[in-house]
Design a protein around this ligand. Structure first.
Ligand code: PGA
Length: 224
């Protein structure tokens, strides 16, 4: 996996939008399926997406993960995040999130819809979605316990560490690897080291993002 380096995060976002645009144009299917991530990294991507001329009524979205035990309207729930940052502006045909109700069937849905492009961030510990270090390659959508490292990283969005949920629902590695294309995004110097390990180091469960080396269609974007 070769990392495309950008000095300017805005031009990185524009390149990503153009690339998705291109895939939508080339797609022979009636519907286009986007896999979406949350966190701070894709925020500018969603801002740009709002202004595209994509026909959202012909697009489905699947989010990677969701906290357990947060009500839907909690400001830190990922569903709320997506509403606030994208769905209010683009009305997709239908959007899915893993939850207590559907997580056992999420992979069936994913296979049925077959994600065209999966957007991914990377955690400072190498996680993708909530697949923490140690996650096996054949993992599917499931309920997981969050590591202290991840809860600490995410505590900046909550009033206190105690408010950060302890569990979440997440797509597994195998679920993610089934996407036709994967765009792995990282922003900031604090992500550079883990991104390089994931892309150029050994494929290991210690760095779940390193599994992506085994996918045949991954693009990696990094900006400072
Ligand atoms: P971030 O999170 O975009 O907020 O850095 C990425 C992740 O933990 O996957």
């Amino acid at each position: 996996m070769k990392i495309k380096l950008y000095k300017d995060c805005n031009s990185m976002t524009e390149t990503i939008i153009e690339s998705i645009d291109d895939s939508i144009l080339k797609s022979k299917e009636y519907y286009f399926v986007l896999g979406l991530a949350t966190g701070s990294t894709p925020l500018s991507l969603y801002k740009h997406m709002r202004n595209t001329n994509w026909d959202a009524s012909k697009m489905y979205t699947f989010n990677l993960d969701e906290y357990a035990d947060l009500p839907y309207n909690h400001p830190q729930s990922y569903e709320h995040y997506m509403e606030e940052n994208l769905f209010t502006y683009k009305q997709f045909k239908k959007s899915y999130f893993p939850s207590e109700k559907n997580y056992r069937n999420y992979d069936v849905m994913l296979r049925l819809f077959n994600i065209d492009i999966q957007i991914l961030g990377i955690g400072t510990n190498g996680h993708i979605a909530f697949n923490e270090p140690g996650t096996p390659k054949d993992s599917l959508t499931r309920k997981v316990e969050l590591t202290e490292n991840t809860r600490k990283d995410n505590s900046r969005f909550f009033d206190s560490m105690d408010d950060v949920p302890t569990h979440a629902y997440t797509m597994g590695i195998e679920s993610i690897m089934e996407a036709k294309q994967i765009y792995l995004l990282a922003k900031g110097k604090h992500k550079k080291d883990i991104l390089e390990k994931a892309c150029y180091g050994e494929v290991t469960s210690d760095i779940p993002a390193s599994y992506l080396q085994e996918h045949k269609n991954v693009k990696v974007f990094y900006c400072d």
